[in-house]
Design a protein around this ligand. Structure first.
Ligand code: RUB
Length: 298
């Protein structure tokens, strides 16, 4: 797959989810570097930067994408193209393997917070949240999950099917039923696209509503996020861009006359509604986000 193919798949959401787009982009940039037939180091690096930009411009919200591309580009050092290629290969492979390892680590840590008999709500489709629930199930804990449908893309169906395939007791609910089912819920587990310096979580649209409902019923909210989903740019005050997609995803355009439609696909959940963030380094209060970002910058 070349850069444009991968970029198109990320834009169209054929490849989706903050972790998956990060790994796909890292892999695409690596392949591009390996296959690029250019002997001049300056021109090689320029072409690499253009390819990076193409991947970066696919989706604006998940910082995992920018962080993955930066991690790969860190290896672009050397006096010859061969040296640069070697560096890129090592940095890309390191990013991909450590991000895969992080899924396992986070699932393990999060599973410790899931007790036998728990009822869990999860929103959208997070590899980390799904892995953690499956891990708890494999540990012999009896868990019940309410998976939200997640309009308009209905990623909740992927979550529900993955959990069911692993033998987890899962029920699909519409997004507006979250308040109804929160009364019988012990724990909310979601993923994240971006964690800001003040511990705000940017995740699929509707996450903030789930967290608000959880707060009303005093249900803890756990966010699973690898450290590469923490945003350095937010330390400098840069706001996170919330992606707004085609309104045709919400409703057929010729169905309504004189009606405006909006389709923001992510929202921000303030840190006060989040109990803990679980990273591959351990479990943190959302207020530790600033420290985690500083650690990443060392
Ligand atoms: C996916 C989404 C997921 C996070 C975390 O949105 O919001 O909760 O990306 O996923 P979309 P993961 O479907 O629009 O990409 O834990 O797999 O990285």
């Amino acid at each position: 797959m070349n850069i444009n193919d991968t970029a198109a798949k990320i834009s169209s959401m054929e490849i989706r989810g903050a972790g998956k787009i990060a790994r796909a982009a890292a892999q695409a940039l690596l392949q591009f570097a390996i296959n690029l037939d250019e002997k001049n180091p300056g021109k090689f690096l320029k072409a690499l930067e253009t390819a990076k930009e193409t991947l970066f411009n696919t989706r604006p919200t998940a910082v995992s994408l920018a962080n993955a591309l930066d991690a790969v580009m860190k290896g672009a050092k050397g006096n010859t193209v061969d040296e640069i290629k070697k560096g890129i290969k090592s940095s890309a492979e390191q990013f991909i393997s450590s991000s895969e390892k992080a899924i396992e680590t986070i699932a393990k840590i999060c599973s410790q917070r899931i007790q036998d008999g728990y009822t869990i709500i999860t929103h959208c489709n997070s590899t980390l949240a799904v892995s953690a629930i499956i891990k708890a199930h494999e540990q012999g804990k009896k868990v019940r999950v309410f998976a939200t449908e997640t309009r308009p893309w209905r990623q909740g169906l992927i979550t529900a099917q993955a959990l069911a395939d692993s033998g987890v007791d899962v029920t699909l609910i519409v997004d507006s039923a979250v308040g109804f089912f929160m009364r019988e819920t012990d724990l909310v587990i979601v993923g994240a696209d971006t964690v800001t310096a003040d511990g705000t979580i940017i995740n699929k649209i509707g996450t903030s509503q789930v967290a608000l409902a959880a707060s009303v019923y005093s249900v803890p909210v756990i966010v699973c996020a690898e450290t590469y989903k923490f945003s350095k740019a937010t330390l400098e005050g840069k706001p996170v861009v919330i992606e707004e997609r085609d309104v045709a995803e919400v409703v057929e355009q010729n169905k309504l006359k004189g009606v405006k439609v909006r389709n923001p696909v992510f929202d921000a959940t303030p840190s006060k509604y989040i109990t803990a963030i679980i990273t591959e380094l351990g479990i943190y209060s959302p207020h530790a986000a600033y420290t985690i970002i500083q650690k990443m910058m060392e």
